[in-house]
Design a protein around this ligand. Structure first.
Ligand SMILES: Cc1ncc(COP(=O)(O)O)c(C=O)c1O
Length: 444
């Protein structure tokens, strides 16, 4: 069947599909209204101009990493061509590197709404930062202490804690999610907490099924017993506003390559914790935050791109006001646009026989999910579906995407996981139609 479809091509089915579904994108009947126009924004992303077989490529692999605007590329090449140097030297190029770092810290402070730039720590990626922070935090644990991890998390917010707990004789409790809509069972969190609980590692949003966690509510419960809240916002960051002061979380991590920038991780930590905890560091390195947490030489060229990525997002929120104010407006319009894409996708997906969508499917509840859909298609393995779509220039992931606990809980780990179709703000309704048409063609 795959071969047959290969010959036929989804594009010939697109008009038929549209007719059959009555063109499910109709802006007047859609419940979700949006003002964001992705077309002029797309023009800023060179990679989005890529063609496969004479058609524009459709990037639906955002949850695995987004593309970058020209301004990010320019900032990076600007740094490299200007003359770079290590930080802290008494000469021009070294001052330049210091300025780049300071600007990137300021940008991330605005993005997270941190209280001060020293609360922003750069690192290689979220996984490395979490390994390093978990080792430091675990130094304070005693045998018999307890921690909580969740089944909705990416393994980067599970394994570092499991390994640290094992090393220190600490008991691990697992917070489950509801397999019917893949939302975290926050109601049962208090039953896992007590005065021995030292930390809860929790995801802001699932990179597999898109469910968003009410982090503020979770943090209140966690603080009730005096434990620390370590929040993974890697998947959430490109889709919604982060405000660490409002959330009151103790730590929060994200990776800039998921929000239109470089492969660099950024951790927020409350200053008093970053100051008090003992870091694994080399002797000459600074002993005050954030330097004590930033091991080795940082990627200055990436940091130049971090500032440009944040400025790009802020530009979606107009030119008035502070960068934080622009980011607040930008994230609101990104959210609206992505909810409209989700509504469009779900409306079409429910009409494709054999296509099952995991996670929240109620279009009245799109507020509580990102536009990331894990799906299965009867008669095909996830790898077959992803391969077929890939041949058509539609890029999606398959497997577990390191959300191992999610796939195990759904009983899908041994079956090759699921296909992940993830939209971001630069995706269009036409692209939703293309992936739906390709899936409909396979389902036929
Ligand atoms: C939710 C989530 N957490 C953590 C990670 C790991 O991030 P990094 O690649 O920066 O280590 C990912 C990467 O896909 C992710 O999606």
């Amino acid at each position: 069947m795959i071969d047959e479809l290969s010959n036929l091509g989804w594009r010939y089915l697109l008009p038929t599909y549209r007719q059959a579904l009555g063109n499910c994108y109709n802006s007047t009947t859609m419940k979700t209204k949006t003002t964001l126009d992705p077309i002029p924004l797309r023009a800023q992303f060179p990679a989005l101009q890529l063609e496969v077989g004479g058609e524009k490529a459709v990037y639906l692999d955002g949850p695995g990493g987004t593309q970058v605007p020209q301004s990010v590329i320019d900032a990076t090449s600007g740094y490299l061509s200007h003359g770079g140097s290590n930080s802290g030297g008494p000469f021009l190029t070294s001052h330049f590197s210091d300025e780049i770092t300071s600007a990137a810290r300021q940008a991330m402070m605005d993005f997270y709404n941190a209280r001060r730039p020293e609360e922003i720590v750069f690192g290689q990626n979220m996984t490395s930062l979490t390994f390093s922070m978990s080792r430091a935090i675990a130094r304070t644990w005693q045998p018999g202490d307890e921690i909580v991890v969740t089944r909705l998390d990416h393994d980067a917010n599970i394994s570092p804690w499991l390994l640290a707990a094992e090393a220190k004789g600490v008991t691990v409790h697992w917070l489950d999610f509801d397999p019917t809509d893949c939302t975290l069972r926050l109601d049962s969190l208090p039953s896992l907490l007590n005065e021995k609980t030292r930390l809860v590692a929790i995801t802001f949003a699932s990179n597999a099924v898109g469910s968003i966690t009410d982090i503020k509510r979770a943090v209140d419960m966690i603080h009730e017993v005096g434990a620390l809240a370590y929040v993974d916002s890697v998947h959430y960051a490109p889709h919604g506003l982060i405000d660490v002061q409002e959330l009151d979380c103790d730590f929060l991590v994200a990776s800039v390559y998921k929000f239109f920038g470089h492969h660099v991780g950024v951790l927020y930590g409350k200053y008093e914790l970053l100051d008090k905890l003992t870091a694994y560091k080399v002797r000459p390195a600074s002993n005050i935050p954030p330097g004590k947490w930033e091991t080795g030489t940082q990627s200055f060229e990436s940091q130049a791109g971090v500032t440009a990525a944040i400025d790009y997002i802020a530009s979606i929120g107009d030119s008035d006001g502070t960068r934080r104010e622009r980011l607040v407006r930008a994230m609101a319009s990104i959210k609206q646009h992505e909810m409209a894409l989700s509504e469009h996708f779900l409306t079409g997906a429910t009409q494709i026989a054999g296509l099952r969508v995991y996670g929240i499917t109620d279009i009245e509840n799109l507020e509580n999910r990102t536009p990331t859909f894990a799906v299965s298609l009867e008669g095909y393995t996830p790898k077959e579906v992803a391969t077929k779509l890939g041949e058509e220039g539609i890029f999606v992931w398959h497997g577990d995407y390191y959300a191992v606990a999610v796939m195990e809980r759904l009983g899908l780990q041994e079956k090759g996981g699921l296909v992940r179709i993830g939209f971001v703000h630069y995706n269009t309704h036409e692209e939703v139609d293309r992936v739906l048409a390709a899936l409909a063609a396979l389902a036929k």
